[in-house]
Each structure stands twice: as structure tokens, then as C-alpha cells.
Design a protein around this ligand. Structure first.
Ligand code: SIN
Length: 485
């Protein structure tokens, strides 16, 4: 990888403040999805090293919990500044291993750093309560304390920001972490581990493990010392982790799959709805769990919306994310390509009209054309499953009641979007949509200041905002007796 600060490139797990030497010689090669060129080999570790990281995290956590919140805040702020200082290199690492365009990678670094900065501030605001005593001699005090050691599993689609947004609240609240990045994208997490050391975070507090998912999962889930698991990834894996967490009754935060409806009512500002749909659909080549998956357009404006949408999507330039003029990079791997193709062919078999794209891009490899499918219907796979690719199916609808019913007809409940200029409808639809997040007249909803998370099978818990800290805290109440004279 061609970057300036070569120290950011690490190939080994980071455990108890040290870069682990390769123990058994087992390595995994990491490839750039844009051209399949190998970008490096990382060494995998096994159960012994994972347990060592858990032990180190236990020791570090006990000390860290006692560090004054102002000092925790200062350490996190140093990390925040280091992320900004190294923004360009960190962004390049993302693009090399994940494929997204550099512009988006730069944005991802700022996005992740914003969570670190936000929680650095929140560290100083972990307030408790005083509750009126239930007897005349009693006083009741509520304090909040860190949960303890947190096991953390992060995805490949935002290899830096998804880790940063777990790391911010975990460390700010006084927890320690043992983290495993996705196998496709280890380098962004290892770079954050390097910066955590530079920022002066104590050894053992933040550990990054390169390991097989099964081995890591089972070590973390079996350990009664690990009190919480936080996971971002697929609903299928999230369900397995949730079940397996029962044996040690861990607190679990899950940020899982989505199947976002994007509704355009006929009174919407059309230009703004088109721009919002493009932002919500094609960000990261359609590989985000908040991507618009089902675009519902009211029948009166259906053709006009499609015309404008097609014109603008045509301008998206697909290519290697490292090239300055690229708007859309490759898909992450062969499986992603296969799924995207399957969704498109199923849609055409069931009456969909390919209005744009629809096939592998002429660049070949893992590149897929930005695609639009008109005349989409509810029987298609695209109407029922997350595509995780650059495919926009457009459905027509007649009434508000009908579209809400169709939008809610999904086991998922992460993000949803709608466009209208009607105030009453804005309230009604916002309340009716069974989703953890609603974008009203916007296609971009993510921010460190807002509670990111889903309902139904999209997960549990919230990341970011003042609510994000609660996921890492236990409530303790102290009943003080004998206060009477
Ligand atoms: C995700 O796709 O998991 C996160 C997207 C975001 O934070 O905007």
C-alpha cells in the first residue's frame, strides 16, 4: 500500500500493547477488490492468544475504570486528533482493502473520528440519579459503571468507522475491548490499534485480533470475563451470536441487516428526492445496511421520477477507488457479485425492466454497473432481501396506507426514508414506519450525534448520541439506610 506513514501498516494482532509475533506461521492474504492484487499477509492467531487478550483486557479494564473521566476524555481526544492527522493514509488503507472511492474513504475516517470525539466529551457526562427514599430513613442513589470487557466484531463495509463507533463509547465508559475485524479488511483496524498506542491508551485496553471467526466467537462467547458482545454484520450471524450469548448472559448490541424502503410521495420536491435516492442507494456501491433497497414512487410522478433518476445515475463513474474521478468502486467479493446478479436476473424474470445497467461492468472483475429496475413488484427477491449491491428497484404505489403496509412488510427495521412536503403526512408516516431510523426529505441520516440502530430483526441497542453510552454501562443503585436522626 502506498501511503506516507508506513507505521500504520501492521500485519499482526495487537494484544496487551504488543504486536504479536507470528506463532504458528498461519497467514491470510488480503486482496484489493478493485484488481485482485495482493496487498499483504496478516498472521492469524488462535485460542491461546485470544484468551491472553481477554486476560490482558480484564486487568487493564479494572485500572481504566478508576481513571478520572477527564483523563479518559483527553486520551480519546488524542486519538481523535491522530485520526485527523493521518486521514489521507487511513483513507487509502480503506480503499486498498475495501474498494470504496477515496472520497468516501476520507469521509469514513471523519465519520469514525467524530464518534471518538463525541464520546470523549460524553465520558465527562456519565451522570447518575438521586431518587426520593421509599422510607423516611432511606436515600436512593443511582450510579452508572462500565460493563467490563467487551468482545467486538466489525464488518468490512466500514472497516474503520464501525470499529471507531464501538471503541468511542466502550473506552469512554471505562470498558476494555477485544476486537476482531472482518477477514477481508483487517488493516484499517490494525491502523487504529497503532494509533491507540500512539494516543497513550494503556496496554491491554484495546486489543485487535486477527483470527478465524468461529475460533474468536467461541472464545469470546465462552468467557464469563467478557461481559458484553457488540456486533455489526448480517442478521443470520447476529442471531447465532445472540443465542450463544445466553450461556454467560452477556449484554448484546447488534447492528444487523436492513431493507430500507425509500418512499416518494407525489407532493415531494422531486429533484431533492432524486438526489436523496442516489445518495441512499449508491453509497459504498450499495453495500451499507442503511442503503435504499426498495424505492416506492407514487404513480402520478412515477415516470417523471424515473426519468430524472436515470439521467443522474448515468453520470456515476465506476472504477478503481484510488482514481480521483471514481464515484463507485467494486463489490467486496465474488459472493457479493453473484448475489447482485441473482437479484437482477430474478427481477427481470418476474417482469422488471432494466432501465440502466443490469450487468457486470466492462471493467470486469468485481465491478457491477449502477442498475435501475423499473416496474418492480413485491414478488421479486429485491423486494424481500437486502441486495448489498448497486441495484435500485423502483415500485409504483397509489395510496399512503398501501405504501406504509408494503414498507413495513419486512422482518427488518433499520433505516427508512420518505419525501413529502405535507406536514401532517410527515408526522403520520414517521410514526407509522416500523424502523429505528427515518430520513424525512433526506437520504443521509448517519451522524455521531444521532442514535443509530434498528428494531425487529435489524438488531438491538444504539450507537452514537447520548443513548450510545448506555449500551456500555450498568446501572447500580445504592440504598442508604439510617439517615434519620
Ligand atoms: C452500516 O452499513 O453498517 C453503517 C452505515 C452507516 O453508519 O451509515
Amino acid at each position: 500500500m502506498e501511503i506516507i506513514n508506513k507505521n500504520l501498516i501492521k500485519h499482526q494482532s495487537y494484544i496487551d500493547g504488543e504486536w504479536l509475533e507470528m506463532l504458528d506461521g498461519s497467514t491470510t492474504s488480503i486482496y484489493n477488490p478493485a484488481n485482485q492484487e495482493k496487498i499483504g499477509d496478516v498472521s492469524s492467531c488462535g485460542i491461546k492468544e485470544i484468551n491472553k487478550a481477554i486476560e490482558a483486557a480484564c486487568i487493564a479494564q479494572k485500572k481504566w475504570a478508576k481513571v478520572p473521566s477527564k483523563e479518559k476524555s483527553e486520551a480519546l481526544n488524542r486519538l481523535y486528533l491522530l485520526m485527523l492527522e493521518n486521514q489521507e493514509d487511513l483513507a487509502k488503507i480503506i480503499t486498498y482493502e475495501q474498494g470504496k472511492p477515496l472520497l468516501e474513504s476520507r469521509g469514513e475516517i471523519l465519520y469514525g473520528a467524530a464518534y471518538i470525539q463525541w464520546f470523549a466529551e460524553e465520558a465527562k457526562r456519565i451522570y447518575g440519579d438521586i431518587i426520593p427514599g421509599h422510607m423516611s430513613d432511606r436515600r436512593t442513589v443511582v450510579i452508572k459503571q462500565p460493563i467490563g470487557v467487551v468482545g467486538c466484531i466489525t464488518p468490512w463495509n466500514f472497516p474503520s468507522a464501525m470499529l471507531a463507533r464501538k471503541m468511542g463509547p466502550a473506552l469512554a465508559s471505562g470498558c476494555a475491548m477485544v476486537c476482531k475485524p472482518a477477514p477481508q479488511t483487517p488493516y484499517s483496524a490494525l491502523a487504529l490499534a497503532y494509533l491507540s498506542k500512539e494516543a497513550g491508551l494503556p496496554k491491554g485496553l484495546f486489543n485487535v485480533i486477527i483470527s478465524d471467526a468461529e475460533i474468536f466467537g467461541s472464545a469470546i462467547l465462552k468467557s464469563s470475563a467478557v461481559r458484553k458482545l457488540t456486533f455489526t454484520g448480517s442478521t443470520a450471524t447476529g442471531k447465532k451470536l445472540l443465542k450463544a450469548s445466553a450461556d454467560t448472559v452477556k449484554r448484546v448490541s447488534l447492528e444487523l441487516g436492513g431493507h430500507a424502503p425509500f418512499i416518494v410521495f407525489d407532493d415531494a420536491d422531486l429533484e431533492s428526492a432524486i438526489d436523496g435516492a442516489i445518495a441512499a442507494k449508491y453509497r459504498n456501491s450499495g453495500q451499507t445496511c442503511v442503503c435504499a433497497n426498495r424505492i416506492y414512487v407514487q404513480s402520478k410522478i412515477y415516470e417523471k421520477f424515473c426519468e430524472g433518476f436515470i439521467e443522474k445515475v448515468k453520470l456515476i463513474k465506476t472504477g478503481n477507488g484510488l482514481d480521483d474521478d471514481t464515484d463507485q468502486g467494486p463489490l467486496i467479493d465474488e459472493n457479493a457479485l453473484i448475489k447482485t446478479k441473482k437479484h437482477v436476473s430474478n427481477a427481470t424474470e418476474l417482469g422488471g425492466l432494466i432501465a440502466l445497467g443490469g450487468k457486470t461492468h466492462k471493467l470486469g472483475g468485481l465491478f457491477f454497473e449502477p442498475t435501475i429496475i423499473k416496474n418492480s413488484n413485491d414478488k421479486m427477491l429485491v423486494a424481500n432481501e437486502e441486495t448489498f449491491g448497486p441495484v435500485a428497484p423502483i415500485f409504483a404505489f397509489e395510496t399512503e396506507r398501501e405504501v406504509i403496509q408494503r414498507a413495513n412488510n419486512s422482518p427488518y427495521g433499520l433505516a427508512s426514508y420518505f419525501y413529502t412536503r405535507d406536514l401532517a403526512k410527515s408526522w403520520r408516516v414517521s410514526e407509522e414506519l416500523e424502523y429505528g431510523m427515518v430520513g424525512l426529505n433526506t437520504g443521509i441520516i448517519s451522524s455521531e450525534m444521532a442514535p443509530f440502530g434498528g428494531i425487529k430483526e435489524s438488531g438491538m441497542g444504539r450507537e452514537g448520541s447520548k443513548y450510545g453510552m448506555d449500551d456500555y454501562l450498568e446501572i447500580k443503585y445504592i440504598s442508604i439506610a439510617g439517615v434519620d436522626d
